[in-house]
Design a protein around this ligand. Structure first.
Ligand code: CZF
Length: 216
């Protein structure tokens, strides 16, 4: 059994849909370091959570990256959701000509074991051929982090990204910024969990993780 370390039931719902019974929520509020890089936040959280859970863990650090704001709120999305709020993020973006944005997530896996070196950073597969907007600044993972990190516990990272546009709120499904994030004409809040997973940042990262984990 794999511990999905999060306080956010929306993330668990999406992961369960994807990974079936292999995953259970471990409600542990790991200390989030301040960093512009989702990978660093997730890796740090996975190490702390692994020590607390004493078993394999995954941590998902995600954020909304708005192009016009050079990637804001990015890694600070949770804080901005709690303080500014979703509706006001829409109103801040509304006057901008460019309302492009991306959701990104990095899933960090830690089980205390070392991993074989990854020949190429996982995130590059996802990015190849994609036009990366300013909104992606600071969200990249690096091979160095994939292999190890600052301390002895190795962490493996899986990244997912989905482009979209900030729109006036529509729909009541999903969570967080879903009502104001439109992808291919539909907001994430208008999609079922299954539909959202098929295209979302989390779905993409979970798919990469699931493939790798099945072979492990
Ligand atoms: O509309 C959304 N659809 C998504 O698919 C999505 N994924 C993440 N987010 C938002 O980005 C921040 C992540 O923050 P975050 O990774 O620190 O997680 P969190 O604080 O919610 O829980 P935890 O896992 O840290 O316990 C939070 O504001 C989330 O609402 C999303 N919003």
């Amino acid at each position: 059994m794999l511990n999905f370390v999060t306080t956010n039931p929306g993330k668990v719902r999406e992961a369960t849909e994807y990974l079936n019974d292999e995953v259970a929520q471990f409600d542990f509020d790991y200390p989030e370091i301040q960093a512009d890089d989702l990978g660093a936040v997730a890796a740090n959280g996975a190490r702390a959570a692994y020590r607390a859970a004493d078993g394999p863990v995954i941590v998902d650090d995600a954020g909304l990256f708005v192009d016009a704001f050079d990637g804001f709120p990015g890694p600070y999305s949770s804080y901005v959701e709690d303080t500014v709020g979703v509706e006001r993020v829409w109103r801040m973006t509304e006057p901008e000509d460019d309302r492009g944005a991306a959701f990104k997530t990095v899933i960090a896996y830690c089980d205390g074991e070392a991993f074989a070196a990854t020949p190429e950073p996982v995130e590059r597969d996802e990015r190849r051929g994609q036009d990366l907007g300013a909104g992606d600044r600071g969200a990249a993972t690096t091979d160095e982090q994939v292999r190890s990190g600052d301390d002895a516990l190795p962490v493996k990272l899986f990244e997912g990204r989905v482009p979209g546009e900030i729109v006036a709120p529509r729909g009541d499904g999903g969570f967080g910024f879903d009502p104001i994030f439109e992808h291919d004409g539909t907001t994430f809040a208008e999609m079922s969990t299954e539909e959202k997973n098929a295209v979302s940042h989390r779905g993409r990262a979970l798919s990469k993780f699931g493939e790798w984990y099945a072979e492990r």
